[in-house]
Design a protein around this ligand. Structure first.
Ligand code: SF4
Ligand code: SF4
Length: 97
């Protein structure tokens, strides 16, 4: 049986965090809503060039901007980022203890 990392809400109810796992950059429109709502510095906007290279989001070579997971280790599994994403491109996963 898999046992997941769990916590308690302030009211004492069990809560299983689901940590950010990946972002479907093919669906992402680079709106930045997830970045704004994350208080843990997990996400980073990046630029993709015509050749598919990753550059700074504001580099002149960037043909499109997409979100990426920069510091997955900082995620607390609140899922706020997924809730504000209109493209449903962020996936999360509970971790086994
Ligand atoms: S689940 Fe919460 S902490 Fe993790 S990346 Fe999304 S908003 Fe940030
Ligand atoms: S909210 Fe969704 S579409 Fe917008 S930048 Fe984040 S992952 Fe991309």
């Amino acid at each position: 049986m898999t046992v997941y990392v769990t916590g308690l809400t302030r009211g004492g109810a069990a809560w299983t965090p689901k940590f950010v796992e990946s972002i479907d950059q093919g669906q992402c429109i680079g709106c930045g809503r997830c970045f704004k709502v994350c208080g843990r510095g997990v996400l980073e906007l990046i630029g993709i060039t015509e050749d598919g290279d990753i550059v700074d989001a504001f580099d002149d070579e960037a043909e499109k901007k997409v979100m990426s997971v920069r510091e997955a280790a900082n995620c607390i599994g609140c899922e706020s980022c997924a809730k504000v994403c209109s493209k449903s491109c962020i996936t999360h996963r509970a971790l086994a203890a």
